[in-house]
Design a protein. Structure first.
Length: 289
């Protein structure tokens, strides 16, 4: 079942330190377009047993923008607004978020990845650039591993490849929220929205499980980003960077996991520079020969 706006607001209040608040992002963006609820740009695709909601903006080379856990299309409003001036931006509510229901069975990153791959196939997009934040970055990595031939460039923010990549305090915090949701389920066991919330939390606690060696399958240039006080451990972000063949690393100083909407100008500028310029990976050792 799709999480209603009031219940979504409750869930976002629970996970504000983990995901982006789509309602708050929409308010802060103050754009004339209501991203995530725009009938003029909105579409629904039946894929893998669910109606996947998505919106398209702009013209040019395709750029798939993927939102974080606890968010939806509106969470990336600042990025859609900025990049739709240069690209054909495709943004979807991932399975279990916004207007896209979880569907049958357990919520997994594999299902979410397959949904977006199906969307791109439906749109007849053979190659694309991907920008993903948090869960969106995880999905972006999985898409690039599954189909390295079709991903032109990939920019990921605050992503992890296993649950151990998150800081211990974040894992403990999610566990406490899980206990709260379990009490909500016990008090109202017939409410499917609470069960959806539990699956969303469980997703962060128990997934993903991407082997570091699989990152070497990604041939496209990758921009690996995080805040210097991120939810993801800095050493984990660096290990992802070191495991990639063609990558650049950006640790934003004085920033948190929420920089895409806390400081979108700085975030968008970094991503835009990566996407616009020829990829290079200079090595300091070359200057010491």
């Amino acid at each position: 079942m799709i999480v209603g706006r009031s219940l979504l607001a409750l869930w976002l209040g629970i996970c504000v330190s983990i995901g982006a608040s789509s309602l708050r992002a929409a308010e802060e963006t103050k754009a004339p377009i209501e991203y995530g609820d725009n009938a003029a740009a909105g579409h629904t695709l039946q894929v893998n047993g669910i109606p996947l909601y998505y919106e398209i903006y702009g013209e040019g080379e395709p750029l798939l923008i993927i939102h974080p856990n606890g968010g939806d299309i509106a969470s990336m409003g600042h990025q859609i607004e900025f990049f739709s001036k240069k690209y054909k931006v495709i943004a979807a509510d991932s399975r279990g978020f916004g207007k896209s229901p979880i569907g049958a069975g357990k919520l997994t990153y594999e299902k979410m990845t397959s949904d977006l791959e199906g969307l791109l196939d439906h749109l007849e997009i053979k190659s694309e650039t991907i920008l993903g934040w948090s869960d969106g970055g995880i999905i972006g990595l999985m898409m690039a591993i599954n189909h390295p031939e079709r991903v032109e460039r990939l920019a990921i923010m605050g992503a992890n490849v296993n649950p151990e990549g998150a800081n211990d305090w974040a894992v403990a915090w999610i566990g406490k929220q899980m206990e709260k949701v379990d009490k909500m389920i016990a008090a109202d066991p017939s409410n499917p929205d609470y069960k959806d919330m539990r699956q969303q939390l469980d997703l962060m606690l128990t997934q993903p499980h991407i082997p570091y060696e699989d990152l070497a399958k990604i041939g496209a240039p990758v921009l690996v980003m995080a805040g210097d006080k991120d939810i993801i451990k800095t050493e984990h972000t660096v290990k992802i960077f070191d495991s990639l063949t063609h990558a650049q690393l950006c640790i934003f100083p004085g920033a948190t996991h929420q920089i895409p909407y806390r400081d979108p100008e700085r975030f968008n500028r970094a991503v835009d520079e990566f996407l616009s310029k020829p990829f290079t990976r200079p090595d300091s050792r070359n200057g010491m020969k």
